[in-house]
Design a protein around this ligand. Structure first.
Ligand code: CMC
Length: 390
């Protein structure tokens, strides 16, 4: 009993009001603070988009420079933080380490943080934006048994991340503008997506007044699953499993028999097309061409799969189109980023969205703890039975 409406999976219930991101799934529209994603991907850069998401307006040139300087200045993590890593198994999954180490930031910055104070919230936001790429790269380096690379503050946000991932003492990272731009675009396209599972998780965790770093760790956990951020990783696993163009038809049969899903296809909200996918598709072609990979078997297979699915009645009827993670997985793989890091990169990009939503929620004077109800379907009242009578 109870006067509650049942809506499993929140398919028709709004969980909050928000001014950050607008999506129209039928029309394929995505706006950050009113600005179409296409314009931001074309003309802006990730740090500017971060500013926009957090403060609600595009920065002036001066604000932009100051914001960039502040984020860049704090990219180093406390040396003691590197010890956290040593507690993980040497081959731990980078996402497992992300959940742990980002969550552990709450123990690191515990004394000074008063979340009711906007300035304190801003400091937490800056710490996250600055340090999450450093931690993400450390997760990779540790999982591969490689020494950590300190950040290079002369590089931009995406280039510095590539440096921390790949530089070696003998081979400093030389930024390639096409590849850096592609990665920056992946960051922009994943920066926010209103009340998806991980963002809703961050809001729900934060609604009790919990430490923001712990809340972000809860978002990372939620993102990990293959129906959400794990999809780009699953796309590459799927391509490996199919192996060759000659096996596509057989694989598609299994999809239609619902033995498994075509990863990187379909979206709860976008039923016609995912606007981020159109942008990423373009970037995908640029990157493959730049690297001379357009004829590599794996990428040919991906393009074949895309064409077959776009024309197959099973997919057309169900309005299943490639989503952003179909293409981002391919781009990341072409950039030399290992599959186990794909969801970490999604988490890195989405951190700004999570923290913007957290900040919006905490700033609301009428903010309440999130407390969904349920429809109880268990046993009616019954009396306890002693162990020897069961
Ligand atoms: N491959 C094959 N069939 C599918 C797929 C797919 N990828 N997605 C949905 N369907 C079918 C599903 O079987 C169902 O068919 P029927 O009507 O015959 O029962 C119909 O399409 C509707 O599916 P649904 O499960 O009701 O759709 P949903 O809105 O609950 O699921 C989704 C959305 C994204 C979880 C799902 O499309 C999926 O599992 N896709 C693959 C994983 C993926 O790429 N996820 C990334 C999403 S974008 C990034 C992010 O949000 O993190």
């Amino acid at each position: 009993t109870g006067m509650f409406t049942l809506d499993p999976g929140f398919v028709s219930t709004a969980s909050c009001e928000s001014k950050i991101t607008f999506i129209d799934g039928d029309k394929g529209l995505l706006y950050y603070r009113g600005y179409p994603i296409e314009q931001l991907a074309e003309h802006s850069d990730y740090l500017e988009v971060c500013y926009l998401l957090i403060y609600g307006e595009l920065p002036t040139a001066e604000q932009k420079a100051k914001f960039k300087e502040t984020v860049t200045k704090h990219t180093m993590v406390h040396e003691q933080l590197t010890w956290f890593f040593r507690g993980f198994r040497r081959d731990a999954h980078p996402m497992a380490m992300m959940v742990g180490v980002v969550g552990a930031l709450s123990a690191f910055y515990q004394d000074s943080l008063e979340i009711s104070d906007p300035r304190h919230r801003e400091i937490a936001i800056f710490r996250l934006l600055s340090k999450v790429p450093t931690i993400a790269a450390m997760c990779y380096r540790y999982s591969e048994g490689l020494p950590f690379n300190y950040p290079r503050n002369d590089l931009g946000y995406a280039a510095n991340f590539m440096h921390m991932m790949f530089a070696t003492p003998c081979e400093p990272y030389e930024p390639n503008p096409v590849l850096v731009r592609a990665l920056d675009r992946i960051f922009i396209l994943h920066a926010d997506h209103e009340q998806n599972a991980s963002t809703s998780t961050v809001r729900l965790a934060g609604s009790s007044g919990a430490n923001p770093f712990a809340c972000i760790a809860s978002g990372i956990s939620s993102l990990w699953g293959s129906s959400h951020g794990g999809a780009n990783e699953a796309v590459l696993d799927m391509l490996d499993e199919i192996g060759d163009v000659s096996r596509v038809a057989e694989f598609m049969e299994g999809v239609k028999q619902k033995k498994y899903r075509l990863m990187g296809f379909g979206h709860r909200v976008y039923r016609n097309m995912d606007p981020r996918a159109s942008i990423m598709k373009q970037t995908c072609h640029e990157v493959l061409t730049e690297l001379g990979l357009q004829d590599s078997p794996k990428f040919k297979l991906a393009m074949e799969l895309e064409q077959i699915a776009l024309n197959d009645p099973y997919f057309v009827e169900r309005k299943l189109y490639p989503n952003v993670d179909f293409y981002s997985g391919i781009v990341l793989s072409a950039l030399g980023i290992p599959v186990s890091m794909f969801t970490v990169i999604f988490a890195l990009s989405r951190t700004v969205g999570w923290i913007s939503h957290w900040n919006e929620m905490i700033s609301d004077p009428n903010q309440k703890i999130g407390r969904p109800r349920q429809l109880y379907t268990g046993s009616a009242r019954r009396d306890f039975v002693p162990t020897d009578k069961r």
